[in-house]
Write a protein that binds this ligand. Sequence first.
Ligand code: SF4
Length: 489
Amino acid sequence: MGGFFGVVGKDDCVADVFYGADYHSHLGTSRGGMVVRGAQGFKRNIHDISDTPFRTKFEPDLYKHVGRMGLGVISDYEDQPMLVGSHHGRYAIATVGKLDNLEALAREVLSGKAAHYSEMKGNEFNQTEVVASLIDRQDTLVDGLQYVHQKVVGSCSILLLTDDGIYASRDRLGRTPVVIGRKEGALAATLESCAFPNLGYEIDRELGPGEIVRLTAEGVEQLSPSGQQMQICAFLWIYYGFPASSYEGVNVEEARYRCGAALARADDTQVDIVAGVPDSGVGHAIGYAREAGVPYARPFAKYTPTWPRSFMPQEQRVRDLVARMKLIPIRALMAGRRLLFCEDSIVRGTQLQDVIRRIFDSGAREVHMRPACPPLVYTCRFLNFSRSRSELDLAGRKAIAELGGDAEKDLGRYADSAAPEYGSMIEKIRERLGLTSLRYQKLDDMIEAIGLPREKLCTYCWNGESLYENACEGCAAESREAEEVGAGS
Ligand code: SF4
């Protein structure tokens, strides 16, 4: 994933850019970047944040930046923001999303001869650089941003810092949010609205899908209207969005309470305690406990003073170690009890397997698990959310393989909670995790808990459905063709 935060103000904006970008640290683990436009032009810094948080890495740079416009970005993958000199003048660009047709787009630009890419990582193109090259193919920045909407298969939201303000462009189908905030003398654009309250911003409005605006110290100017079709990522509310954020007017924490309540309504299991697997299972568990009228407790205490978040280290072995060391079981709450845990989702299930073993080792009589979303059987095609995860690693896919199922042919039936194949898959996962019982949220209940119309939400992870293609039909077909030619050459 990744996230960004941009500010235009009448006074120096560096502190806002710094803290605003830092509030996106839960969305990316690899690179952090900041760029500020001051009297001397653009000044940029990029750091590796895989072993040290954004704030620690960028603090020494703060004093080197002065300016009234700037943006910061947290990235899971490529170096950004990029500084670009083009016929549009100089600008800095940050993107959030995933170009599924990256190779095809890069090749298309290179076929125009006088073009090159300088930010290669091994053999891979830097996707933010490729987006910039698409923008530069058009006469104006707005035409360029609209051209990106037409061409990208996947998703792409963009912040552009220019001499004339910040251009904010939300993905054509709004897979990720872009929220505009306002305070006396400044305007900001962010992915996570939780970045606003402590910096004094109020939400001005959220951009619609495909909408493009320009922020200046004087106000917000709409440059391209919002489209009608939306496919915002439902996983934002279930797992990776921050509890204090809202998207499309729906707060994350409240949506999690409703998810937990829906799980409780579909359940008649008798337990002594309801708990959340920290952190993102907690909101779901509070909702479950309230609805079921069962005490909520915290049988795991999270030791946060020294342990970083679990997905930060690159190596899986280290990630597992960190996940284990920071959760300390409280035996007094577990021994002899029937415990029900809510979890945001089960991805691979390896860390969860260890957690469950430790709960039983602490004397629990029964351990029941209630994930807040249906089983994940498809990996994300639209954000770089799960780029490194192989589909075959998903707990659901592993269970299907163990059952001897044909994932290519029968995946729809395994994803359908009314089909017998679904029941067998859940039982296989339960067995492997060593749980007393396992019951997943139903897709309809999850959608109802989020509270947006079904056709506005992306639910591809769970049912493999995507209502609309991001790129225009013709562009998507062209890209597929170019990918095939590239693969064959
Ligand atoms: S595939 Fe899943 S993670 Fe990706 S945008 Fe859709 S709901 Fe979100």
